[in-house]
Every structure is written in structure tokens, then in C-alpha cells.
Design a protein around this ligand. Structure first.
Ligand SMILES: [Zn+2]
Length: 187
């Protein structure tokens, strides 16, 4: 199970880069990782396994949404992995892989179909790109937050006014760090 399973899919994609006391971790390093992530968030991949180009696409999308989340949240925790224009370009390119409705005629009868060609995995990632565009460029962007618990690199949706951290564990660590700081400065 990946990080922050309660969050929306774009935020869960951002959370495939996470950190603990041993450093940064990446949940999308291999094609098997991508298969597991797609299953985890409930994206259909049929009987297919991810290809290396699909892994590269997923990683580009992930880096893009993290970069754009940093923009939205004025996140200054770490230097961005990609520049803003690259992130926008990658996101806007990927969304064009969504199936497009088409009208065809066969034996005088009109029929609605949709464009094909892309694999279910590319289509699924394009769907995540679409959701990311709606999130980052829509009213919900105001709820997106960077988690400032010590060492955390995650983003989360501020779903209620008192929520300050991505997770209970981060809240506990942040409170412990504050407490420790208070004790130290009182000495
Ligand atoms: Zn956190």
C-alpha cells in the first residue's frame, strides 16, 4: 500500500516520492512498481504489464505534478526536480492521449466510437493527467498543502480547517519536535 491512501489519485501520485529518517524513497523505480501503483489506486491495466516507456511516462507525470504542486503551495522545502515549463508541457502532452469520441458510419448507420491506439496504461495515466489539471488549475488547488513536518516531502488536501499535516504520524513527529525545541530553549 502506497503513502496517503485516502487522498485523490493526483496527490497519491505526488506521494510516490516520500522520505523517512533514512532519506528519500521512490515508489516508481521499476515497471513492477508502476504495475503495483496502478493496482493500488485502482487504474485498469487489463492483462498488461507496464513497459519501460510507460514507466518513463508515469515518472514524467509524477515529477510534473510534484513541480506544479510546489508552485501551487509556494513550497520551499526542496529545490524542484524539473522547471515549471517542462512540468506544464509534460502534463499537457500526456492528457492528449485520452480517447477522443468519434462518429463513424457503417452501412448508412451512425455509430459513436472512441479513438484507440493507446494502451490502457497510457489511457489511465492520461486520466490522471486530466484529474491533475482539474485539481491544480481549479478551486480545489486552494486546499493543496505541502506538509512541513520535519523531513516530510508529501502534499495533502486540507480537507478540514484544523488539518495541518499529511498524516497522523507527521502530526505526532511535528508535535514531538516542537516539544523538544521548547525544552531545549528553556534550558
Ligand atoms: Zn507529512
Amino acid at each position: 500500500m502506497g503513502m496517503l491512501p485516502e487522498e485523490v489519485v493526483p496527490v497519491r501520485l505526488m506521494a510516490t516520492v516520500w522520505a523517512d529518517t533514512s532519506g528519500l524513497h521512490d515508489d516508481l523505480r521499476t515497471r513492477e512498481d508502476l504495475d503495483a501503483w496502478l493496482d493500488d489506486v485502482g487504474l485498469e491495466r487489463g492483462s498488461r504489464h507496464s513497459s519501460s516507456s510507460e514507466l518513463a511516462l508515469a515518472r514524467r507525470l509524477r515529477d510534473a505534478v510534484r513541480r506544479l504542486a510546489a508552485q501551487v503551495t509556494a513550497d520551499d522545502r526542496q529545490p524542484p526536480a524539473v522547471d515549471l515549463d517542462t512540468a506544464l508541457g509534460d502534463l499537457n502532452e500526456l492528457v492528449t492521449h485520452l480517447p477522443v469520441p468519434q462518429l463513424t458510419v457503417a452501412a448508412g448507420k451512425l455509430q459513436a466510437t472512441s479513438s484507440r491506439g493507446a494502451s490502457p496504461i497510457v489511457t489511465g495515466l492520461a486520466g490522471v493527467a486530466q484529474e491533475s489539471i482539474a485539481l491544480l488549475g481549479g478551486p480545489d488547488a486552494a486546499k493543496l498543502r505541502a506538509c512541513y513536518a520535519p523531513g516530510c516531502v508529501l502534499y495533502f488536501m486540507k480537507t478540514h480547517p484544523r488539518r495541518e499535516w499529511c498524516s497522523v504520524a507527521c502530526g505526532n513527529r511535528a508535535r514531538a519536535a516542537r516539544h523538544y525545541e521548547k525544552i531545549r530553549s528553556a534550558r
